[in-house]
Each structure stands twice: as C-alpha cells, then as structure tokens.
Ligand binder design. Structure first.
Ligand code: ADP
Length: 383
C-alpha cells in the first residue's frame, strides 16, 4: 500500500485517483502527525510526502520515520513546489528520502517512479522472505546436525563400553570350553556339542574383536607394532587357518609371497583372514578360492583374493569399505558390515591401496597392495 501525505484534500484526491487507476492500493494522511501514527500501525510499500505542510513539514516527518526501525527502509517520494531551493532537496535526501518530484507533477513521471519503487519494494520483500526461510532452514539443519553428532558419539561410546564388557566374560567362557574340549574323549557323545559351542564362541569372539577395533579406530587408538617380516609366512598361516576352518573349500595359491614387508604382521594377517573369510561366506555354491600374489614394478606387493560367489553390483562396490555398509542381498549372510572398514584402515596405515572388482553372480576379487620393505626400515616401531 502507498501512503499519500498532503495537507490539501484536492492534492490527495488527484494522486489517489491516478494511483488507483493503475491498481496501486493507497492510504492517506492530512498531516505529518497523522502520517506518523499510521506508519506505526501499518506497513507501507512507499510514502508520497508533501514537503510544505503546516505543523510538521515533510522533511521532519522523513527524519522521524528514519528513527523507526520498522519503517526506516520505506522509500519516500517528496513532493515540492517547483521553486524549491537545491539545499532543501539535499535535505530531503539526507533525511532518508529517496526521490523528489516537483509540483505541478507530470503524472507519467510520477507513475514511472512509483512503479520502480513498488517493484523494488516487492523484490525486497521477497528477498527478506527468502532470507528468513534460509535462516530458519540453516538453524534447523544446525540443530539436526548437532543432535546427529551427539547421537553418533553416544553410539560409539556404547559400542566401546558394550564390547569391552562382553569381552571379559566371553574370554572366560572360551577358556572353559577349550578346557572341556581338550579333556573330553573323542568318542564321548557330548563332544559334538562342545565342538559346536566352541565354533559359536569363536564367532562371537571375532565379532567382539571387530567391535573393539572399530571403537579404537574411532578414537584414534588403533595401534600398530611395525617391523620387517616375511609376508610368505603370514600368508601360509592365514591360508592354513581357512583350510582348517572350512575344509570343504579349496584355497589355491598362485604366485610367490616370499617378500619382506614393513608393518604389523598380525594386522596384515587380519586383512588376509577377513578377505578369505568373506570369500568363503559369500560363495556358498562355489567352493574354490584363489589367492594371487605378485610384486609390481613399483616394488609394491599386490594380493588378490578371488572368489566365484554372489558378486557385488557396481553401485555398491565403492561403499562396501565404509562402516556398517552391507549390500541388501547380503542380508541372508550374518555380519555387521565392519570387517572391510577395519581392513581399509589397516591398509591405509601401511601406505597401501585396496579395492574390489566384481560381477554379480560371477564372483569378486578383493585386492590390496602395500610397499615392499626398504632396507632402512629396521627395528620395531609402535604407531
Ligand atoms: P560383513 O561381511 O560382516 O557384512 P564386511 O565389511 O566384511 O562385513 O563386508 C561388507 C559387505 O561387503 C558385506 O555385507 C557384503 O555385502 C559385501 N562383501 C564383502 N565381501 C564380499 C564378497 N567376497 N562377495 C560378495 N560380497 C561381499
């Protein structure tokens, strides 16, 4: 709405008629005082303000408006007699006004100015609306984000406490079941149950060890005891362990693993066992697993574990090394989705690279490569 302020009703009438003819809604005030009261109560897009009025003149009204936070940005067009001195015009501008029209005014010029100001006002209002909604969106996101961190922190804390608390009684159970297994005769009818219990206890133990590793990674406490070691020995031990645990599977070794690496051999063995266990787990119908070992021209050892199992869709391949990521199809296989995440961290901490090539229904190749040891790396270092 446009507020017309003039002490002469006939002036107000002619301005109101022109503006309303062009669909601008108007309001009127016959004095500066009345105008100020109205400005406090309503919001206007533009004020057309007569300069010469008895009581408060137009400049005084403009100055008072500039003191109202709610109204100080409303543009003002001053209306004044043609002979107005230049210094009054300047005064008009400095007290918050925006434009100036001399009387008798040209209706076309007036309309042009009104249209421009009106458009600016509407654009401004739209910008303010967008700004306010952006601000509230930002506030909302900040709040959700901080709740989500907080939630992640609590989850990590819970995982850490729960896995520590579970580990102690489980270690005792494992020790007693192992004792029982050793003491029980091979032909004892309960031997089968003891063996099955031991298998399940080992599975549980592996899960808890993974959870403990996960919380160590999260808190930056995953430690490595690095020294030079022979990779061939570690590889043989990992393959042997898989052969014993899964006698139906055939693990074929291709290539020579007899190289020296600098790293934490237990952790490297953990990666191998993880890749191999997954190869077994995700190949229920094809029981051959191939392990290919080779050194490339950049003196990096490259290990590839190939299975002929269910494979992985392209879309999932880049995610499976992320924490808790499991392909939906894997739902029929048990797991927490943290094994590969831990492997990735271990390989990264050995300046290594890792990845997967896979085709759904045909199998997968999980690989990693790490630098072969340089002779300068001697002794044991804890990182
Ligand atoms: P988990 O096996 O406990 O789910 P991992 O972190 O070891 O966790 O693996 C993450 C996901 O990657 C698995 O849930 C599975 O979807 C997929 N995956 C891993 N290894 C293989 C494989 N050899 N063949 C097919 N899918 C695999």
């Amino acid at each position: 709405m446009i507020l017309i302020v003039d002490d002469k009703p006939e002036n107000i009438f002619s301005l109101k008629t022109i503006l309303e003819l062009h669909s601008f809604p108007t309001d009127t005030a016959l004095s500066g005082e009345e105008a100020l009261k109205k400005i406090l109560r309503h919001s206007y897009a533009l004020i057309i303000l007569d300069v010469q009025m008895p009581g408060m003149d137009g400049f005084e009204v403009a100055e008072a408006i500039s003191g109202y936070s709610k109204a100080r940005d409303i543009p003002i067009i001053f209306l004044s007699a043609v002979n107005t001195d230049k210094k009054f015009i300047t005064k008009g501008y400095s007290s918050g006004g925006m434009d100036y029209i001399t009387k008798p005014f040209d209706p076309d010029i007036l309309l042009l100015k009104v249209k421009t100001f009106y458009r600016l006002y509407e654009q401004n209002r739209e910008l303010n609306r967008i700004q306010a909604s952006l601000r509230s969106e930002i506030e909302f996101r900040k709040k959700v984000e901080s709740e989500l961190e907080e939630a992640l922190r609590k989850k990590d804390e819970f995982i850490s406490i729960a896995s520590h608390e579970l580990k102690t009684p489980l270690t005792t159970i494992k020790a007693y079941v192992q004792l029982l297994d050793r003491d029980i005769g091979a032909d004892d009818p309960t031997k089968m149950y003891v063996d099955r219990t031991l298998v399940q206890v080992r599975k549980l133990d592996n899960l808890i060890v993974d959870l403990l590793d996960l919380s160590k990674i999260e808190s930056g406490k995953l430690k490595f005891n690095k020294k030079i070691f022979n990779f061939g020995a570690v590889l043989s031990s990992a393959i042997e362990m898989i052969r014993q645990t899964y006698p139906d599977y055939q693990v074929v070794l291709k290539g020579e693993g007899d190289v020296r690496l600098y790293g934490d051999e237990m952790r490297i063995e953990q990666v191998l066992i993880n890749y191999l266990t997954n190869a077994v787990k995700y190949s229920p119908d094809n029981k051959e697993i191939q392990v290919e070992v080779a050194c490339d021209k950049d003196q990096r050892l490259c290990v590839r574990v190939r299975d002929f199992g269910i494979g992985i869709e392209k879309d999932h391949q880049s995610n499976i090394f992320h924490k808790f990521y499991r392909v939906e199809d894997a739902g029929r296989f048990q797991g927490l989705g943290i094994g590969l995440y831990i492997c990735a961290e271990i390989i990264r901490r050995h300046e290594g690279e890792y990845g997967v090539d896979s085709e759904p229904g045909r199998g997968s190749v999980f690989y990693f490569s790490i630098p072969v040891a340089e002779s300068k790396a001697l002794g044991t270092v804890t990182e």
